[in-house]
Design a binder for this molecule. Structure first.
Ligand code: DP6
Length: 326
């Protein structure tokens, strides 16, 4: 039984993966085929309020002012059901969630959303869960959300099962002053969402090679972060992103997220790096390009990105903290 308090509000930042999550060994439990590493993005967040109300007959979910139904609602109800069961209560909830960044354009909104939901819902139900338990719960809503629970630079360990597949911080936000300048080339909703995409990963003959090599990439990435070695980080995150996109492009049916401007930015980033600028690209399941650089170069990188043809605007974020109650 719980110390039921009824309502709670939580904020969680989005995150950008340096070593990507792509493919599940158990899709229902969202147990990934490889571990992943990311950086939280300060200020690109979701704020979610969960209010358990005895007067409600059904759960109600409002995202960015619009009532959610269908699959989106089911995904949230699943999390609420787990929380209700753990708390030994059966009260329906109202969930109100707001993102402060565009959804569906490769800036993982589901990551911030399910991290904030997991924290707010457990707190509203009076459960005093620790970070690992909240990360596991967030994972069931969206895999990458597991990584938005701890702060700073984060690793999601693939684990051996539900119990030990959660994310931990490998370095706090102030460990390394990096930034993510996101070159937005399209704000439209993506054609194939990541949930469907993960299911296609095993259809690519390249996926097994990507997965087999993942422990090596994770080790290089972890070490680059701990040693603040930008050039080591740059080459490993670009390789990891390119390998994931090679899998996507060779899946059946193929997933092709890049647009001409995506490639133009990737090529420009490589050129700028050859000229001595500390920049590296990584691309998620969408056409926008995340350009990682030291925070002191953020202004210059944003300015350069704006000159690349096809870039509509640039969003910048520094390294973010953990999900928190507000
Ligand atoms: C390409 O976490 O969005 O951004 O668990 O189905 O919600 P679901 O998938 P999601 O997948 C993220 C894929 C990625 C890479 C990453 O963030 O690691």
């Amino acid at each position: 039984m719980s110390d039921y308090i009824g309502t709670a509000t939580a904020c969680a930042n989005s995150n950008i993966a340096f070593c990507k999550y792509w493919g599940n060994r158990d899709a229902t439990l969202r147990l990934p085929v490889n571990g992943s590493i990311s950086m939280n993005l300060e200020g690109l967040f979701t704020r979610t309020t969960v209010r358990f109300q005895p007067s409600l007959a059904l759960d109600e979910v409002v995202i960015n002012g619009r009532e959610t139904t269908g699959k989106g609602l089911e995904r949230v109800v699943r999390i609420l059901d787990i929380v209700r069961q753990a708390a030994g209560m059966d009260v329906r909830a109202e969930v109100i969630s707001e993102n402060n960044f565009p959804t569906g354009a490769g800036i993982a909104s589901s990551a911030a959303a399910f991290a904030a939901l997991a924290l707010a819902a457990t707190r509203a139900a009076g459960l005093a869960w620790d970070e690992a338990q909240i990360s596991r719960l967030a994972r069931l809503g969206s895999g990458s959300a597991a990584r938005s629970v701890p702060g700073g630079f984060v690793e999601w360990q693939m684990g051996t099962g539900d119990e030990d597949s959660f994310a931990v911080s490998i370095a706090p936000p102030d460990h390394w002053a990096l930034a993510d300048c996101i070159a937005i080339v399209s704000e439209g909703h993506k054609a194939t969402g990541s949930t469907e995409g993960h299911a296609l990963a095993p259809t690519s003959p390249l996926q097994s090679a990507r997965v087999a090599d993942a422990p090596r990439r994770l080790e290089i990435c972890r070490r680059a972060i701990l040693e603040r070695d930008f050039f080591a980080l740059a080459s490993i995150i670009e390789l990891d992103s390119d390998m994931m996109h090679a899998v996507m492009m060779t899946s059946q049916p193929p997933l092709f997220y890049w647009q001409p401007a995506t490639l133009a930015v990737m090529q420009a980033v490589r050129r700028w790096r050859e000229d001595g600028l500390q920049v590296a690209y990584t691309v998620d399941a969408g056409p926008n390009v995340h350009v990682i650089c030291p925070q002191r170069e953020m202004g210059e990188v944003a300015h350069l990105l704006q000159q690349v043809s096809g870039v509509k605007r640039v969003l910048c974020a520094t390294v973010g903290g953990p999900a928190r109650l507000v």
